[in-house]
Design a protein around this ligand. Structure first.
Ligand code: PLP
Length: 453
């Protein structure tokens, strides 16, 4: 392989490449980091730094980097049939086999897959198809979606509208009409004197209040991430989702679980819904379905919803050129085969997650950490100015950014949202790597605390 001319790449990047979710002007001055290789839980950058990737790319490289079988599955499929679509009464074998495989894996009767290319498109898909589901049953006014403030459902117009990120709404005139938001379940900031379980019920009943305010005949669906990822790994109390499910059933509001992060083992179960013991009517998935090796997303519908969409007859006026792309489906099938045969989800839950939780709790003892939260293989450290109090730094994000950069200097990738340090390693993390993660994170916390005085 020819050596990389990093300064030239950085120059080209600054001139020609707009990065997502970046301050592009600042990045152009500083120079982007170029990643060149990955193996297991590590990536290497163009300067030769070896980094423990405790964020699995973007919550997605569940089986770890460098699994050649996935590349081989893609190559085999490309050589045999690189592309065909699922329009025009056609499809391909891997597409069908993946739909069937997902029906077997997903909880309950989520037996019907609509394929897209990303989590955002999956959420666009459910907005349209759920509204269509109600409209064809003579309920066109039952079209409102309720999401949560600070929820993240992607970046397309519908996805960003369903999400509750204020900064995203401000760019591009969102949300679109008929989308409402309730406050998220975040006991650390919002729970007051309530126990976490009591607070879970209070937070869930905000949905009931909102449905009654809007009218149950107007509300089509509630959408939520089982564990809210991007905003800071908000792990709701166990009481929360059961109560949400009860409310959805009572008012005939469809329950949509956005499992783009939680799906495929992140919480220790195959799906986050199983961790919380709920049965969604609709589910959106992406990321871990291919361990991020190739883009793929899907919306899964239960028998009731898919039955109506099929029985109504006529054309389903929705779809993308790459819906059910055979190469993406072949890679997903190989990824899922590896996950099943190597018992990756069970091993993570039974052997790694308990040890990770123990060491994460030790990090929670650091004077900079106000709360260490973790479920399965995802967690957060909430950095605070005063350990005894559940309060944030006045200028949110500065300390988190400093801690992230310090961790990176020690060879550890953690993400910071405001002052929450986020954890989401590949599920194949070993106990030795948990120790390495702990040592590097502890150093980063110590140096950050020292730097802020
Ligand atoms: N939903 C959730 C919960 C996510 O975290 C994300 C991305 O991080 C998305 C949807 C959007 O997925 P994508 O970036 O593949 O469009």
């Amino acid at each position: 392989m020819a050596p990389i001319d990093l300064p030239e790449l950085q120059r080209l990047d600054a001139v020609h490449h707009l990065h997502p979710f970046n301050d592009n002007a600042a990045l152009a001055k500083r120079g982007t980091r170029v990643l060149v290789r990955g193996e297991g839980c590590y990536v290497w950058d163009a300067e030769g730094n070896k980094l423990l990737d405790a964020f699995a790319g973007l919550w997605c490289v569940n089986i770890g980097y460098g699994r050649k079988e996935l590349g081989q599955a893609a190559a085999r499929q490309m050589e045999q049939l690189a592309y065909y679509n699922s329009f025009f009464q056609c499809t391909t074998e891997p597409t069908i086999r993946l739909a069937a495989e997902l029906a077997g894996l997903a909880p309950g009767d989520l037996n019907h897959a609509f394929f897209v290319n990303s989590g955002s498109e999956a959420n666009d898909t459910i907005l349209r198809l759920v509204r269509h589901f109600w409209a064809v049953q003579d309920k066109p006014r039952k079209n409102i979606f309720i999401g949560r403030h600070n929820g993240y459902h992607g970046t397309t117009v519908a996805g960003a509208s369903l999400g509750g990120m204020k900064g995203m709404h401000e760019q591009g005139g969102l949300p679109i009409p008929d989308i409402h938001h309730i406050d998220p379940p975040f006991w650390f900031a919002d729970g007051g004197d309530l126990s976490e379980e009591e607070y879970g019920l209070v937070a869930a009943r905000r949905l009931e209040q909102k449905i009654l305010e809007l009218g149950p005949d107007r509300v089509a669906a509630f959408i939520g991430e089982p564990v809210m990822g991007a905003i800071g790994v908000y792990i709701p109390p166990m009481s929360y989702w059961k109560e949400i499910e009860r409310i959805c059933r009572q008012y005939d509001v469809l329950l949509v679980a956005d499992e783009v992060i939680c799906g495929f083992g992140r919480t220790g179960q195959w799906f986050g819904s199983q961790h919380f013991g709920i049965q969604p009517d609709v589910m959106t998935i992406a990321k871990g379905i291919t361990s991020g090796y190739i883009p793929l997303g899907a919306a899964l519908f239960n028998d009731r919803v898919a039955g109506v969409l099929k029985d109504v007859g006529g054309e389903l006026a929705h779809g993308a050129t790459y819906s059910g792309h055979p190469v993406c489906a072949a890679v997903a099938l190989e990824n899922l085969r590896i996950m099943r045969e190597e018992r990756i989800v069970d091993t993570a839950r039974e052997e790694v997650a308990p040890y990770l939780a123990q060491r994460w709790a030790e990090l929670g003892e650091h004077r900079l950490v106000g709360q260490a939260r973790i479920v399965g293989m995802m967690g957060a450290l909430e950095l605070v100015p005063d350990k005894g109090r559940r309060e944030f730094f006045p200028e949110r994000g500065k300390v988190g950014g400093l801690c992230r950069d310090t961790a990176l200097r020690h060879g550890l990738i953690l993400r910071a949202t405001y002052d929450s340090m986020l954890l989401s390693p590949p599920l194949v993390l070993t106990r030795e790597q948990v120790d390495e993660l702990f040592e590097k994170a502890w150093k980063a916390l110590g140096e950050t605390a020292e730097a802020i005085g």
